[in-house]
Design a protein around this ligand. Structure first.
Ligand code: NAG
Ligand code: NAG
Ligand code: NAG
Ligand code: NAG
Ligand code: NAG
Ligand code: NAG
Ligand code: NAG
Length: 649
């Protein structure tokens, strides 16, 4: 290890000089000054920008698109931001491919954790040659440092393995009091590239040069280095960064920092990129040392692979979560899902689906295909699908369909889901071809209702933020091999806001399916979690009656299932009317008392006044009682019972 000691010594000397320069200038934050290359030493500047202002704020990162990270959806996934926000600020569509090397603005929430500002995201190692350094410098382009990664992750730097999940603290900062007093509202973390100078960066963002010097504690004779973050103070929200051809790294003659620039440029101060021979030599020696060190570590003798080629190789397609009743909420499960979304290559999906052939088509633009031995459902979607990705990547529940990954190709997004062998509930209940072969029995139906209630209860009460599905219907409930239900299609889902007011929101854009829409939504665009309670009531009625939510009839007009239950449960002869209502294909093989409880529950769910509807938590409680009674129920008893009734008449 003498090698590393001597290297450390020379580095220490360099740092000493740099620190002296730094101390001379008084700044808001300190520039990393290339210390991010020296992974095995601690410097306070490499851990993050110091908390010297508010606890949290909105901030921005600048990221360069690469062949792998080339759409708002994928960049949002990498950096823990929101695709729609990225698309909007950069004036591009959510799913379109961004030309390589375009600077993209990424809005993130920045917060103070202990002493440093950071924005947390996570990253799963995909290749054995990845190191803390390559993740920080190559994948995250310098938005984090190897030191910060090492300090916040439990893995030893020599002990990283494929599939290790890293917490990635991205460098961001909030304006200090002094900056706020000067009108600064946001700080943007920009990445220095070859050929940049403070003046070119100031020009790009339309800010005053001096404010950049001040914000980073730089003075006119400081050097700035490529692949390091620099704070740019902004007085207004930034807009799309104009595309500029970044010049190729040019070997310009060494520039003496002490030479004051020509006087016709008068007081203009300059900071030069470190391409001077001296600096280049140090860089070379350093990267040589690093490469040597990493080779030693990985014992593979492979040079660091170029960024664009490290496509994900492992497909994390684990078996569906275990099917226990109450244990379906787990924070560990959540982590796994968040971090296991895979970016698929389009070729992989083509191969899996036989080039999207008819034989692999399930319905519409949904295909099935084998990916690494597991069957998956692959759905092609146009337009903005970030809503579905953003929601599903945060959710892990055995009764919510699992998104395993996605792929963006030529304006289409391909979402890869777990495969539900038995298709949709709607097909099972309403399609003739299905009904004859496998009619759902009573216990299966109650189990399905219970599963869906479990999933909705989770969405309403256990996710952060809570969600409203908004588009529940029997076509969006999928059944797996064992006829256990999974809620699918989150395209219209949205977060619950105004939780104090019962999650009330208004929309002018009412979309939904006839027969499932709650009256207050249809009439006034009112969106609350009770919307899902209503549609769930309709689903129970479908399960009980086998009828469709809305049946069209030319003469009598539309017949809504939700409107029919009141009649059944009111007045005389409720038992007879209920028997008449229940799906004839159940052939009286059901416990009438429990069917009555189900019908009563459904009726409460579809109450016209949303305040009289139960909450999803209450519905789930009721259903768990009905389910346990149903599981105890022995069909032969009922058969006897109904026979004796029949004989009696
Ligand atoms: C760096 O700091 C960490 C704790 O923050 C400590 O465990 C580690 O030994 C330090 N490394 C060096 C080289 O000083
Ligand atoms: C956004 O892009 C469209 C074309 O894609 C262009 O017409 C429009 O002017 C742009 N808006 C801004 C604010 O740059
Ligand atoms: C920042 O946080 C707020 C509330 O916590 C959230 O609404 C917003 O979407 C977040 N912004 C980003 C870019 O993640
Ligand atoms: C980010 O991660 C750190 C742990 O390294 C934690 O202390 C902090 O609370 C996290 N911040 C947020 C906003 O989750
Ligand atoms: C750091 O990453 C950039 C690309 O972002 C790459 O060009 C450069 O060679 C990397 N530096 C080292 C020392 O690997
Ligand atoms: C490396 O990881 C393995 C398991 O992942 C663990 O057993 C071992 O103790 C680790 N070694 C070091 C030096 O951290
Ligand atoms: C506050 O900002 C002004 C102008 O930007 C600067 O001259 C002054 O030194 C700053 N004060 C502190 C305490 O940083």
């Amino acid at each position: 290890m003498e090698f590393s000691t001597s290297s450390n010594l020379s580095f220490f000397f360099l740092l000493l000089c740099v620190s002296i320069i730094l101390l001379l200038s008084e700044g808001q934050q300190s520039y990393v000054n290339n210390k991010q290359l020296d992974c095995y030493n601690n410097y306070s500047v490499t851990d993050g920008f110091l908390c010297n202002g508010p606890q949290r704020c909105n901030s921005y990162l600048a990221f360069r698109s690469t062949p792998l990270y080339d759409s708002p959806a994928i960049i949002a996934y990498l950096l823990g931001s929101e695709a729609s926000a990225i698309a909007q600020i950069n004036n591009i569509s959510d799913v379109n491919k961004i030309p390589t090397d375009t600077q993209i603005l990424v809005p993130v929430n920045c917060s103070c954790s202990a002493t440093f500002y950071q924005h947390n995201t996570s990253y799963t190692l995909k290749d054995a040659s990845e190191t803390y350094f390559t993740v920080a410098n190559n994948t995250f382009q310098g938005l984090t440092t190897c030191q910060a990664l090492m300090h916040q992750n439990p893995y030893d730097s020599r002990n990283l393995s494929v599939d290790s999940q890293l917490l990635v603290p991205l460098r961001c900062a909030c304006p200090s009091r002094n900056q706020t007093a000067n009108g600064v509202r946001f700080l943007l973390t920009d990445l220095v590239d070859w050929g940049d100078s403070i003046s070119s960066i100031a020009q790009t963002f339309g800010v005053d040069e001096q404010s950049i010097y001040d914000a980073n504690g730089l003075s006119w004779n400081s050097l700035i280095y490529p692949f390091t973050p620099l704070l740019v103070p902004l007085k207004t929200e930034p807009t799309k960064i104009p595309t500029t051809q970044s010049p190729a790294p040019s070997i310009s003659p060494p520039v003496e920092p002490s030479i004051v620039p020509e006087s016709n440029k008068s007081s203009k101060k300059w900071v030069f990129i470190a391409v001077g021979i001296g600096a280049a030599l140090i860089l070379l020696a350093l990267s040589g040392f690093l490469i040597w060190f990493f080779r030693l570590r990985s014992q593979r003798g492979k040079p660091l692979p170029p960024q664009g080629k490290r496509l994900p190789e492992s497909v994390n397609y684990t078996a569906a979560a275990s099917e226990n009743y109450s244990g379906s909420v787990s924070s560990q499960g959540l982590r796994n899902v968040v971090e296991s979304l895979t970016l698929y290559k389009f070729e992989e999906l083509q191969k899996a689906t036989g080039f999207f052939s008819e034989a692999h088509r399930i319905k519409g633009s949904v295909y099935h295909g084998a990916i690494k031995g597991d069957t998956a459902a692959i759905k092609r979607m146009r337009g903005d699908v970030s809503n579905e990705i953003t929601i599903l990547k945060q959710i892990s529940h055995s009764h919510v369909i699992r998104l395993s990954g996605f792929c963006v190709h030529e304006g289409n997004t391909y979402l890869v889901y777990e495969f539900a062998e038995n298709g949709s509930l709607s097909e099972c209940l309403h399609e003739k071809s299905y009904r004859n072969s496998s009619c759902l029995g009573w216990k299966q139906r109650i189990q399905i209702a219970y599963d869906v209630a479990d999933g909705l209860n989770y969405l309403h009460n256990y996710t952060n933020p809570p969600y409203i599905h908004k588009d529940l219907k029997s076509t969006n409930i999928l059944l797996d091999r064992n006829f256990r239900a999974k809620i699918a299609n989150f395209g219209l889902a949205r977060t619950v806001e105004n939780q104090d007011e019962g999650g009330l929101q208004l929309t002018r854009h009412v979309v939904g399916t006839q027969g499932y829409m709650a009256p207050e939504y249809l009439e006034n665009g009112v969106v609350t979690p009770k919307l899902d309670v209503f549609t769930f009531g309709v689903v129970i009625l479908e399960l009980l009656s086998g009828r469709e939510a809305a049946s069209g009839d030319e003469k009598k007009g539309e017949l809504l299932l939700s409107a029919s239950i009141e009649q059944v449960l009111e007045g005389e002869n409720v038992r007879e009317k209920l028997r008449g209502f229940i799906d004839p294909s159940l052939r009286h093989e059901y416990p009438l008392d429990l069917a009555f409880s189900m019908a009563q529950l459904a009726k409460n769910c579809v109450a016209h006044d949303l305040n009289s509807r139960p909450t999803m938590a209450e519905v789930f409680m009721s259903l768990s009682k009905i389910l346990s009674s149903s599981l105890d129920w022995d069909p032969s008893d009922e058969l006897e019972h109904s026979r004796s009734l029949g004989h009696g008449r």
